[in-house]
Design a protein around this ligand. Structure first.
Ligand code: FES
Length: 158
């Protein structure tokens, strides 16, 4: 006969085993892929487009023949939607003039926080692959101020 303590231990082990796959799956960043030819605005270098993917909007900027950037298009100042400026080669906010680099760094205030970015890849077969996990790069100045490097911070793990 099974006593109460053994039954609880058994149920705990079984419950943990059932929950483990679900939590493991959640920890994996979701990736999506689509053909660049499906989005006319991205077919040429310096083309850009804001696309709705799953539950979020993503700003794509084709920054070279073989690369593409993906960012959160919501300005961190007061949440206007940003745009890419071909003339400036950077992201600009039409509301109060903040400007951002293509890695999300703030180049011009009033915004002080970087845009979120998504890891993205433009493959040789024309497939854009985006990881749906927003990250931010914060600039870290070295003590002598001559050079800087970027630090990757995880914002959310969706
Ligand atoms: S909302 Fe973008 S600069 Fe103010």
């Amino acid at each position: 006969m099974i006593n109460r303590r053994k039954a609880l231990k058994f149920l705990t082990i079984i419950g943990g085993a059932l929950l483990w796959p679900a939590s493991w799956l959640q920890a994996q960043a979701q990736k999506i892929a689509f053909k660049i030819n499906k989005v006319a605005k991205l077919r040429e270098v310096h083309g850009w487009a804001i696309l709705k993917i799953k539950d979020r909007q993503i700003l794509f900027v084709r920054d070279s023949e073989n690369t593409i950037k993906a960012l959160n298009p919501i300005c961190t100042h007061k949440q206007c939607t940003v745009e890419y400026s071909r003339e400036k080669g950077r992201i600009v906010c039409p509301c109060h003039g903040s400007e951002y680099a293509l890695d999300g760094r703030v180049l011009k205030e009033p915004s002080t926080e970087p845009l979120g970015i998504y890891e993205s890849e433009l493959r040789q077969d024309g497939l854009i692959v985006v990881t749906l996990e927003e990250i931010k790069y914060t600039e870290m100045k070295k003590e002598n101020g001559e050079s800087s490097e970027n630090k990757k911070e995880q914002k959310d793990g969706q």
